[in-house]
Design a protein around this ligand. Structure first.
Ligand SMILES: [Zn+2]
Length: 714
């Protein structure tokens, strides 16, 4: 069963022209428009009683894009052919739809030839089209690739009914093919093959013969394009001997420099996420990309990161495949309507995605959402309730090597009382959490804060949290103890006090980090206004004497990540603390250790807002390449409605240099205080070999929505 993510469907139906039933023809009797004149106008709806052949014209204003539909019943009773007046180039529609575009400042006339015996309903509708690498508006709407003029730098080799792509991708293809012609004068047109069907389905689905394996080419996110060849023939013939029909079985004759130049231009768009070539070509394309590093270092690095070939990607002997990322998905409102903030995310071994968040509209529960395919398709938003009607917040997620997800969170009553830490498990593949179990001792009378879960190198569940005397108990009512609870048997937790309760001081914000398959687990926490790091081989024995002070006079709300013997700790200096909520931050500070946390390099300032910017909710991730990512919200001040969710990615393990900061999403409203637009206390991110999976909050609507998206980083 094929289904599209709601966000994909929403994107398709932004365009009224694409919201119809797809290839279904109009039924007789519904074609009630007036008879068509030979010269069609734009925005027209007319009918033709066709018997034989007829030629229509359509005048296109400068830079105008027009979609024409000519529906007959059955559609096969009509032969529909399009082109431009005065040109020989003609394309047979093989369906009811054709699109035309006038890229010039002069007038241009489209020519439409109809033949057959049928009652034909004709509509014409203009739509926005602005060829460019980056799209400005309605970028997710599906539009049809316009038929090329003879002078254009592309040709179509798929049935036009299989050439519906997201506007951002269609515009990019037009822009980049034209730029290639400018870069290489005399370059022969390049053949454009499949995007998606008009209804967003995989091409061929309309005749029960999908030409690609879902989710490839669904939702208008991908396009197949012929190779630029050394011979100069870019019309889409195989670029190599191919005897098995699937892979090159001999040397290729693509022009790697030209192909790399195409990829480099594509990957200046942050939405580009995947490029596939035949295995025979990959090394040459990679080398050609590297040779172009000085032209655009970031695009070359991103293109190199997303370039793939391999046994799972057959049929790329005659074309390469370019795919764009799915639009950010509102995972707090999947077949439901909820307000979610304070996000956590974990990625399973086969691309399973779990996002958990605090529910603002149903505070007894956490919300969560699950995808088994990298966030392309989602199950409906689900709720996980705390026992006894307590209020749930501070979710933390992790996943084991088998794909079992674990969530831990804080549950309490307000004003703060009756506080407990719970956890729950979602068995691999289920996407659903089972009943909560308590981590803390039910009969203990403490308050707790900031639970955080990781697995030890041995796979032992470890949960850290801060602890203090219960409010109203008469003692100093502050968090004063850092706890790590471990369950070597997978279910029975034993608590160890890492720091406190004496000497009396404020201790909070513990955060665990461990690399899957690594040798150590680390614990960072705030103690008396400073940040300390300790490590353990198994998460059960912690050497207090070996603790290292990493920061002082910071917010003491650290995050850490580990990779091999490298560990990185992020903290911040605050600009202002609101009466209640999360602070605005002035600087984001990072320290790296290359020796397992024994010694640290000097502090690196990742971001400094100066007088113009403040940050919120910094987080850090690292994913197999040793380059850390620091994500954060950035705006001018609390209340800024044009704030951004951004990422700064390190260029090296020591994080002594960073790529230019990228904006992952905007706008959001910077908001420190509680309420329906609360951002929460953190924003979850996971890096998988340079693919950043991020969960954040879009609070520009009536309330906060938890969003999930992916991007390939340099
Ligand atoms: Zn493809």
């Amino acid at each position: 069963m094929k289904s599209l993510a709601p966000s994909v469907l929403a994107g398709i139906c932004v365009a009224a022209a694409a919201c119809g039933g797809g290839g279904g023809g109009a039924t007789d009797g519904s074609n009630t428009g007036p008879p068509c004149s030979d010269a069609l106008g734009v925005g027209q709806s007319c009918s033709i009683a066709l018997a034989g052949s007829r030629t229509l014209t359509l005048a296109l204003a400068s830079h105008q894009y027009v979609q024409l539909s000519a529906t007959a019943s059955p559609q096969s009773a009509l032969t529909l052919i399009g082109g431009y007046a005065g040109e020989q180039l003609r394309t047979t529609a093989e369906g009811p739809d054709l699109a035309f575009y006038n890229p010039s400042d002069a007038s241009l006339t489209a020519q439409i030839d109809l033949s057959g015996t049928a009652s034909v309903a004709v509509t014409t509708q203009s739509a926005a089209l602005a060829p460019a690498v980056d799209c400005a508006a309605e970028c997710g709407a599906l539009i049809q690739l316009p038929l090329p003029r003879e002078a254009d730098a592309y040709r179509t080799i798929s049935p036009p009914r299989y050439q519906f792509g997201r506007r951002e991708l269609v515009q990019l293809v037009l822009a980049v093919t034209a730029q290639m012609r400018q870069d290489y004068p005399g370059l022969a047109p390049v053949a454009i093959s499949d995007f998606s069907q008009k209804n967003g389905e995989v091409p061929g689905t309309d005749i029960n013969g999908p030409r690609h394996t879902y989710p490839a080419h669904a939702g208008g996110h991908a396009v197949d394009i012929a190779y630029y060849r050394a011979s100069g023939d870019n019309s889409g013939k195989p670029a190599c001997p191919i005897t098995d029909g699937m892979f090159c079985t001999g040397p290729h004759d693509i022009d790697p420099a030209r192909v790399a130049r195409f990829f480099r231009q594509v990957t200046t768009n942050l939405h580009a996420i995947q490029i596939i070539v035949d295995p025979v070509m990959e090394a040459d394309v990679r080398a050609a990309l590297l040779a172009q590093t000085s032209a655009d270092e970031m695009a070359v690095s991103r293109a190199s990161r997303m370039l793939q070939s391999g046994q799972q990607f057959q049929y790329h002997a005659d074309h390469f495949h370019v795919a764009f990322a799915r639009a950010p998905a509102a995972v707090s409102s999947l077949k439901a309507t909820h307000q979610g903030a304070e996000t956590a995310v974990a990625i399973g071994p086969n691309g399973e995605v779990m996002v958990a968040f605090m529910l603002l509209d149903d505070q007894n529960a956490l919300g969560y959402a699950y995808s088994e395919n990298f966030g392309i398709d989602w199950k409906p938003t689900q709720l996980l309730r705390a026992p006894g009607g307590r209020l749930s917040n501070d979710p933390s997620l992790t996943v084991d090597a088998a794909g079992n997800f674990y969530v831990t969170w804080l549950a309490q009553r307000l004003p703060v009382s009756d506080v407990h830490v719970y956890w729950a498990k979602a068995p691999a593949g289920s996407g659903a959490f089972g009943a909560p179990a308590e981590i803390t001792v039910p009969t203990d009378n403490f308050q707790y804060d900031r639970p955080n879960i990781k697995l030890s190198p041995q796979g032992t569940p470890l949960i850290t949290f801060a602890r203090g005397p219960a409010p109203g108990s008469g003692a100093e009512e502050a968090l004063d103890t850092i706890i790590v609870a471990a369950a070597p048997d997978g279910s029975t937790f034993t608590q160890t006090a890492i720091a406190g309760p004496t000497p009396e001081t404020f201790r909070n914000f513990p955060f665990l980090c461990a690399q899957a398959g690594g040798s150590k687990v680390y614990l960072a926490y705030g103690d008396s206004g400073a940040v300390y790091l300790q490590s353990s081989a198994n998460g059960q024995q912690w050497d207090a004497a070996a603790r290292v002070q990493v920061f002082s006079q910071t917010t003491s709300d650290p995050r850490c990540v580990a990779d091999g013997d490298d560990v990185w700790i992020l903290d911040a200096k605050a600009k202002a603390f609101p009466p209640a909520g999360a602070p605005t931050l002035q600087t984001l500070l990072l320290r790296h250790s290359g020796d397992g946390g024994k010694t640290f390099d000097p502090i690196v300032t990742v971001a400094d807002g100066g007088a113009s910017s403040v940050f919120m909710l910094g987080n850090i991730s690292v994913g197999g390449l040793g380059q850390v990512n620091v994500t954060y919200y950035e705006g001018t001040s609390d209340g800024d409605t044009a704030a951004k969710f951004r990422v700064a990615r390190a260029k090296n393990r020591g994080a002594t240099a960073f790529w230019p900061t990228l904006t992952l999403y905007s706008p959001v409203t910077l908001r420190t205080g509680y309420g329906v637009r609360w951002l929460g206390d953190y924003a979850g991110t996971v890096d998988v070999f340079g693919a950043l999976n991020f969960a954040f909050v879009d609070n520009t609507g009536a309330g906060s929505q938890t969003m999930f998206a992916r991007a390939i980083l340099p």
